[in-house]
Write a protein that binds this ligand. Sequence first.
Ligand SMILES: Cc1cc2nc3c(=O)[nH]c(=O)nc-3n(C[C@H](O)[C@H](O)[C@H](O)COP(=O)(O)OP(=O)(O)OC[C@H]3O[C@@H](n4cnc5c(N)ncnc54)[C@H](O)[C@@H]3O)c2cc1C
Length: 287
Amino acid sequence: MRRFDIALPQSLEDCLKVLADRGPDAKLLAGGTDLLPQMKNGALKPALVVDLSAIGRLRRIDNGQAGLRIGAAVTARELELSPAVRGAYAAIAESAALVGSIQVRNLATLGGNLCNAAPSADMAPPLVALEAQAVIAGPGGERRVPVADFFTGVRKTVLAPNELLVELVVPAPGAHSGGQYLRHTPRRELDIAVVGVASQLAMANGRCAKARISLASVAPTPVRATAAERALEGQVVTADLIERAAALAIEAAKPISDQRGSVEFRTHLVRVLTRRTLTAALARANA
Ligand SMILES: Cc1cc2nc3c(=O)[nH]c(=O)nc-3n(C[C@H](O)[C@H](O)[C@H](O)COP(=O)(O)OP(=O)(O)OC[C@H]3O[C@@H](n4cnc5c(N)ncnc54)[C@H](O)[C@@H]3O)c2cc1C
């Protein structure tokens, strides 16, 4: 590995100063489970590594009536175990629980998962389905971007070199809402999603008031299955309608064939996982 400097800012303001000075040469370090392998294999050669571990604001989970605020450096393990997240935001906890192994999850952060921007990132689809916003800090202050618009390509995001992701703001889904995240992997442990699907439903007076479906690993960035969402909204949700929505979800998927799965297999998985997550989301919303 090439030699590099290390900075350990004690506050968000200090971190922004470091990035203002050396942003283009720097990489931020959260859990390091994506960054360190990329530095070891030579894909990334930052002259400066900025360790985020001393910035308290990045490590908080705040659950309020309006919603949930999750600091970018909260770990997957914390999300998996948090009673607040497991309750109304079950799909987030489920996605966190699927990341790597317990050892990986003790290090891996939500912010790192999003900022690494792999198409297979497990924690992205539930945030898209829950209409979460990313809070980004930079030299001009803070700005908010819907997580759905945070990704611009494979390993690319809207972040500038002098910015960092501070937290995720997830609006409270409200009563009679439910969601689920499922993925398929060829191996049970330590594998990445061939397809991942998050579904979120809000019910009112026996009908679907809002449907959000987000797919991973079938395009360069997470995508919403908007045709399937439209088919559900305003309707009484039956098994037949869920099947129709699952078929429509395929329209949003633009998968590739690789060693983990063919286009045909991924397309089939989109349909199966959309059906399963919608069925679970409905049961949770009606519970
Ligand atoms: C064995 C193994 C298994 C894995 N399994 C899975 C899996 O099942 N599912 C899955 O989705 N991922 C998996 N991963 C990938 C990885 O663990 C996750 O993506 C993890 O959430 C990354 O978080 P991190 O804190 O380790 O990020 P880091 O490696 O610290 O950072 C990742 C990237 O994000 C940037 N970054 C980090 N925090 C910020 C911030 N606040 N603002 C701006 N940029 C930031 C870094 O500069 C870097 O470019 C696995 C990795 C390993 C090694």
